[in-house]
Design a protein. Structure first.
Length: 368
């Protein structure tokens, strides 16, 4: 029995008839860029996100870059973010000649530790990018209070958390990525809402900002051949929009199945004292883009043992950004981030997808 990290074939088989029909409609129309399929998907995703403006784009990295381009930042401005994330979060900061300032994370949720943010703020700080990791949101209510006190922009990196919600102190809930000035997400195929290629989106509740974001994605033009600002070419193609439109209808259903899988893992791992199961924050729901455990010791040996038993795993992330060659020059104070550095030696993400069976989970947990 081979157990992959994610079974996209099984997912496709569930929605095959609708997806094939949607693809064929695009091929018949020959409308491959923009048009009604993209607008329809943007509108329906906006409805899903309780009315936030949605601007579809080429990928999650572009979404982050365009978001920062819309914020009127200047070279050398400082952006506070986490060192425990995919490289794209810091990569776009550097590409725009801004300065990433890393802040350590919570040891249980793996998200930006809001208690360390204010110590990192300087007169050059202009923005905070919290990353909502593995399907769980950062403590956005606390982060927004800090941002408002210091007049900072907040761009939420929700590439892994579409479908999760921030649970507010007043009892309300707000979709991941829609708190703050701008939110971004990715439709990479392995995401909870994944395309069959690259794709991404940007969210905002500010209408004027939405207009600017859309212009930047389209070469800085509001009208064809009339360019008001410098932009980029970042568009979601119609084929991907049509596929995502089908899959969006089933997103909550798939997330519920992921939560059921996570609950089975929790049950079967409860007695294994050398393993720490994923924490659930009081301020966020969890959509389980990843089911990431911590091992007290022997993580790499366990990876090999699981591989020998035809079980795929992944390590997110094996090396903190602040010690990666690409970003080491941006850690000018030579700060250490002990929580991040320790987690890089402990974390292990196990297979998780809606079609994972209890028998498969039992095989995995018996080996652990």
């Amino acid at each position: 029995m081979n157990i992959p990290m994610n079974d996209l074939k099984a997912q496709y088989s569930r929605y095959k008839v609708e997806i094939d029909e949607a693809i064929q409609q695009i091929l018949d129309s020959t409308q491959f860029i923009g048009g009604n399929p993209v607008k329809k998907f943007e509108n329906n995703l906006s409805e899903y996100l309780d009315g936030a403006h949605v601007i579809a784009c080429a990928n999650g990295t572009d979404a982050l870059q365009v978001a920062l381009m819309a914020c009127d930042l200047n070279p050398g401005d400082e952006i506070i973010t986490t060192p425990f994330t995919f490289a794209a979060t810091a990569e776009v900061i550097c590409l725009l000649k801004l300065k990433p300032v890393f802040v350590d994370i919570h040891p249980d949720t793996f998200c930006l530790n809001e208690n360390h943010i204010e110590a990192a703020i300087t007169p050059n700080t202009k923005c905070i990018i919290p990353v909502h990791l593995f399907g769980q949101c950062a403590n956005m209510e606390a982060i927004m209070k800090i941002a408002e006190a210091h007049n900072l922009i907040v761009v939420g990196d929700a590439a892994q958390s579409l479908g999760s919600k921030v649970l507010m102190n007043d009892g309300s809930s707000v979709h991941s990525g829609t708190i703050g000035h701008i939110g971004t997400t990715s439709f990479f195929p392995s995401k909870n809402l994944g395309a069959y290629g690259d794709g991404g989106a940007i969210y905002t509740r500010d209408e004027s900002l939405a207009i600017k974001l859309r212009m930047i994605c389209n070469h800085g033009a509001r009208k064809k051949y009339y360019h008001d600002i410098i932009g980029v070419n970042s568009r979601l193609d119609s084929l991907q929009a049509a596929i995502l439109e089908v899959k969006l209808k089933y997103l909550n259903q798939d997330i519920n199945k992921r939560m059921e899988v996570a609950a089975i893992y929790d049950e079967l791992l409860e007695s294994k004292k050398h393993i720490t199961r994923p924490a659930r924050a009081a301020y966020s729901t969890h959509s389980f883009h990843q089911y990431t455990i911590k091992l007290d010791k022997g993580r790499d040996e366990m990876v090999s043992h699981l591989k020998d038993n035809n079980i795929s795993t992944s390590i997110y992330y094996p090396l903190s950004l602040h010690v990666q060659p690409a970003f080491s020059g941006h850690n000018s104070l030579n700060k250490s981030f002990p929580v991040t550095e320790q987690l890089c030696q402990q974390v292990l993400s196990l297979p998780i997808y809606p079609d994972l069976t209890r028998a498969q989970i039992e095989k995995i947990t018996n080996i652990l």
